[in-house]
Design a protein around this ligand. Sequence first.
Ligand SMILES: NC(=O)c1ccc[n+]([C@@H]2O[C@H](COP(=O)([O-])OP(=O)(O)OC[C@H]3O[C@@H](n4cnc5c(N)ncnc54)[C@H](O)[C@@H]3O)[C@@H](O)[C@H]2O)c1
Ligand SMILES: [Zn+2]
Length: 481
Amino acid sequence: MALVRGADRLVSPLSTHVALIGFMGAGKTTLGNEVARRLDRPFRDIDDEIEQTHGPIWELFAQQGESAFREIELRFAREALSRPEPSVVALGGGAVETRDLLDALDVVVVHVDVDVDTAWRRVQGSPRPLAQDEAEFRRRYELRAPLYSAAADARAGDADDVVLAAAGVHVERGSIHRLGELVPGAGATSLVSDVYVAGIHGMDAQLSLGPRLRQTHELPSGEEAKQLPALDRLWQELRLDRGGTVVALGGGCTSDAAGFAAATYLRGVPWVPVPTSLVAQVDAAIGGKTAIDLPQGKNLVGAFHWPARTVVDPALLETLPPEQRREGLAEVVKTGLLVGEALWELSDDELVRRCAAFKSAVCLRDPEDRDDRKQLNLGHTFAHALEAAAGYRGLTHGRAVALGLLAALRLSGRPTGEVERLLAPEPVRVDRELAWEAMQRDKKVTDGELRLVLLADDGPAWDVPVPAADVRVALDELIAG
Ligand SMILES: NC(=O)c1ccc[n+]([C@@H]2O[C@H](COP(=O)([O-])OP(=O)(O)OC[C@H]3O[C@@H](n4cnc5c(N)ncnc54)[C@H](O)[C@@H]3O)[C@@H](O)[C@H]2O)c1
Ligand SMILES: [Zn+2]
C-alpha cells in the first residue's frame, strides 16, 4: 500500500467514507464488498445505483453521451459521499475525470490498482461502452493512470491495503525517509522519540521531517516513558500550537506516552506514530489507544486518540534486538490464531502489513472497545494475571502472552503444538493464589463462571462463559512448581 496524495489533508478515519477509484476491471466492486464487510459499513456501488434508476449504463451512454452520463455519476457519488454514516463507495471508472467530483471528495480515496492486461481480460466481451475496442481501452488506461494516482490518498492491491488506507495506516519499506510528506497537514511537528531509538533512527526522522520539524524530545526507553514524570516533562517542553503534530518514533511505550501527550496537550493535537518495534508495528501503534501507568497498575490513565496517520516502516525492525522481536512474535502469533492463518511464516513486510490490517479493521469497527475489539485480548487475561503475580518483574509481556495463548487454546479444545514450537513458553514461577486473585480482579466470576476470549470453530468468540474451576486448572498449568 502506498500513499500517493493527501499529505495536505487531515481526515478522521473513524468518520470518513472510503471511496474506491480505479479503471474498469480493477475489481472495485469485489474489493468494496469485502472491505465493507470487514469494516461493518454499508457498501454502495455507484454504477449499480445508476443502473437501478436509469437502466443499463451502455444505453445511457448511447442515448445521452458520455458527458451527460458523467453528470449523473457526479450526482450519485455526491449523494453517497455526503451521507453521515461512513461507508465504502465504489465510484465509476471515469469518476476521476470529473474534476468537480474529486474536489467534493472529503473522504479517503483509494486507487484500486490493476494492470491493463488483467483489466482487459476481465471486461472483454461485456456490454460496457468503453470496453468494446481493445486499442481504445488501452489508450484510455494510459490516459487515466496518472489521474488516479493524483486523485488518490493511497493505492491498493487487495482488501488489506484498503483497510489500512481507511485506518490511515501507511505501510512501506523506507517510509521513515518520507515523513515530511506523510505527516498530514502543513504545520510544525514535534518529534518525540525513545532515547535509545533516537540514537539509531532519530537522524533519519529529523532529516525527513525537514523544515516541518520544530522540536525534538526524548523519552526514557521502556516503561519509564509511561510514568507521570516523563509525561510532565514532555507536556512542559511541547511548544506546538493546535495546527502542530506530535510525531512519535519508538516502540509501544513511546507511542502510548507520546500519543497520550498529544491527546491531552492543548486538549488534543494530531499525532503520527512511527512505530519501531514489532510490538508497536503490529499492535501498539494501531487503533488509537494511548495510556500511561499509575503506581496502582499499567495503562490506568489514557485516551482514545486515533492517529492522523500511522507510518510503518518494516525496515526499522532490522535493528531490533532478538529478545524484543520475540516479544512482538507473541502478538503476531495471537493475530495469526485470530485470523486463522500462519501469518508468522510471512516476510517482515507482509507479516506487519497483514497484522496491522487485521487490527485496523477490528478497531475501526469497534474503536472504543465495547464489542468485538475484545477478541484482541486472546490469551491476555491469563497473561495479565501472571504479570501481576510476578509483580511486573522478571516476566515479559510477550512471555506471559505465549503462556496465555496456551491456556486459551487448551480451553478452546485446540492443539497447542504450533504455539509451543514458535514461542517455547516455559511455565513461570509465581504464587498461584496471587495469580488467581489477579485473574478474578480482571474478570469477575459470576455464577461460578469467567468470560474469556476463545477460538470457536467459526473463528474468535469473546465473552464466552467458562466455569471458574476450568479456568483455574488452565491457569495452574502455566505455573511451575
Ligand atoms: N496502545 C495499545 O494498543 C498497545 C498495544 C500493545 C502494547 N502496548 C504497550 O506497548 C508497550 C510495549 O511496547 P514495546 O514492546 O514496543 O516496548 P518499548 O517501547 O519499550 O520498546 C522495547 C525496546 O526496544 C527498543 N527498540 C524499539 N525499537 C527499536 C529498533 N527499531 N531498534 C532497536 N531497538 C529498538 C526500545 O528502545 C526498548 O528498549 C507496553 O507499555 C504496552 O502496554 C500498547
Ligand atoms: Zn499484548
